[in-house]
Design a protein. Structure first.
Length: 215
């Protein structure tokens, strides 16, 4: 039996062809949070690196400079939000963006417009700030679990990936690869997911925390 939640039986490779994904960059982002999902998705789903401001150079938490392709779309099919800079006191990163409010507002607006929103690692803290995790199960970086619990509105779980339909959350940075496989399975079908897993030599398919009743 598959460890994943049941698929939408209508999902096909054509759905993946029609789908697009955008990964939202901000200064101080974590590299693996971004490039794990990008590597997993880009061969099957049109995947772009974007910012709120448009095409520009963005500096990661470790000083890697990446060129974002364009501005965040009004309604991407999938929006992936990385973490970075939440735990280390970096003056740039997810914590700073949560305090500024522009990124959480943009996330909430895209979700309200019908976008499937996903996070990796402490990107979950940005989803929580946006109000998307209220009443839902969600993981984040293990070092941030207590802070997420302290919000009092999120059922915090220790899992690699939680799929709650229109919101998905992944744990520590390496879980972004598991997230990509899950998204491929949902929107491209099992064949697309299996092909990507083989290419990346992910021998064991990641299990998901069952969603069940919302907390």
């Amino acid at each position: 039996m598959s460890p994943f939640l049941p698929l939408d039986e209508s999902a096909t490779g054509c759905d993946a062809c029609a789908m697009n994904a955008e990964i939202l960059l901000f200064d101080g982002f974590d590299e693996l949070d971004v490039f794990g999902p990008f590597e997993g998705l880009a061969d099957t789903i049109d995947t772009a690196l974007v910012t709120l401001e448009g095409a520009r150079d963005v500096t990661s938490s470790r000083g890697v400079v990446v060129r974002a392709a364009r501005r965040l779309g009004e309604r991407p099919g999938i929006l992936i939000v990385p973490g970075g800079g939440w735990l280390d006191g970096n003056p740039q990163g997810a914590r700073t963006e949560a305090e500024r409010g522009h990124v959480p507002a943009a996330i909430a607006a895209r979700h309200a417009a019908g976008t499937t929103v996903a996070s990796v690692c402490t990107g979950a803290m940005l989803l929580a700030t946006a109000g998307l995790l209220d009443g839902r199960r969600a993981p984040t970086n293990p070092q941030a679990l207590d802070e997420l619990r302290a919000r009092g509105t999120v059922h915090v779980v220790e899992a690699r990936v939680v799929d709650d339909g229109d919101v998905l959350t992944a744990g520590a940075p390496s879980c972004g690869l598991d997230l990509a496989i899950r998204l491929l399975e949902r929107f491209g079908g099992p064949g697309s997911a299996e092909a990507a897993a083989r290419e990346m030599q992910l021998s064991d398919r990641p299990g998901l925390e069952p969603v069940g009743e919302r907390a």
